[in-house]
Ligand binder design. Structure first.
Ligand SMILES: CC(C)(COP(=O)(O)OP(=O)(O)OC[C@H]1O[C@@H](n2cnc3c(N)ncnc32)[C@H](O)[C@@H]1OP(=O)(O)O)[C@@H](O)C(=O)NCCC(=O)NCCS
Length: 145
C-alpha cells in the first residue's frame, strides 16, 4: 500500500494563496453548499492571512484569519475529509493568532461543524443565526490562558 503523505500547512497573504484557495472555496461553498458566489469572495480576503493545507503537490484545504481574530472560510476538499486536514488548518491558525498576540479567536460555525470546533476548545456564544441561507452559531476561543 502506498504511504500517505503528511499534511503540511502554509500560511500567507491572499496574493500568494489565492490560486490555491479560490478553487477549494468555490468547490466547497459555492458548488457544494450553494453559497452565492458574490458572498463567498469578499473584501476581507485582501487583509486576511490564509492557510492552505497541502498533501504532496495537491492543495486540499484552506481557512483564513482576519486581523481582528475572526477565523473563517474553513474548507476541506470533500475527498480529503476525515484525515486530519481541518484539524491541521485550525491548529496552525490558532498558533499563528497566539504568536501575533491575539487574545481571543471568534468564528461563525455552521451548526454541523460545532463539534469540530469544540474539540479544539471553542465555546458557543449567542443564538443561532442565518448567514447565506445556512444556520450558524458564534463560537470563541480564549487565548489568554
Ligand atoms: C468541517 C471540516 C472543515 C472538517 O475538516 P476535516 O478535515 O474533515 O476534519 P478532521 O479530519 O481534521 O477532523 C478532526 C477531528 O474533528 C472531528 N470532526 C470533523 N468534522 C466534525 C464535525 N462536523 N462535527 C464533529 N466533529 C468533527 C473528527 O472526527 C476528528 O476527530 P478525532 O481527532 O477524534 O479523530 C470539513 O468537514 C469541511 O470542509 N466541511 C465543509 C465546509 C464547512 O462546513 N466548513 C465549516 C464552516 S463553519
Amino acid at each position: 500500500m502506498p504511504a500517505i503523505s503528511p499534511v503540511t500547512i502554509d500560511i500567507g497573504t491572499w496574493e500568494r494563496q489565492r490560486d490555491a484557495a479560490v478553487p477549494l472555496r468555490h468547490a466547497v461553498f459555492v458548488d457544494e453548499q450553494k453559497v452565492p458566489l458574490e458572498l463567498e469572495l469578499d473584501e476581507m480576503d485582501a487583509v486576511a492571512e490564509h492557510a492552505v493545507a497541502w498533501i504532496g503537490t495537491r492543495a486540499v484545504g484552506t481557512a483564513r484569519l482576519l486581523p481582528d481574530g475572526q477565523l473563517g472560510r474553513m474548507a476541506v476538499d470533500a475527498a480529503f475529509r476525515g484525515r486530519g486536514v481541518g484539524a491541521a488548518l485550525l491548529q496552525a491558525l490558532i498558533e499563528r493568532a497566539r504568536r501575533r498576540g491575539d487574545r481571543v479567536l471568534r468564528l461563525h460555525a455552521q451548526l454541523h461543524a460545532r463539534g469540530f470546533y469544540a474539540r479544539y476548545g471553542f465555546v458557543e456564544e449567542g443564538d443561532v443565526f442565518d448567514d447565506a441561507g445556512i444556520d450558524h452559531v458564534g463560537m470563541s476561543l480564549d487565548l489568554d490562558c
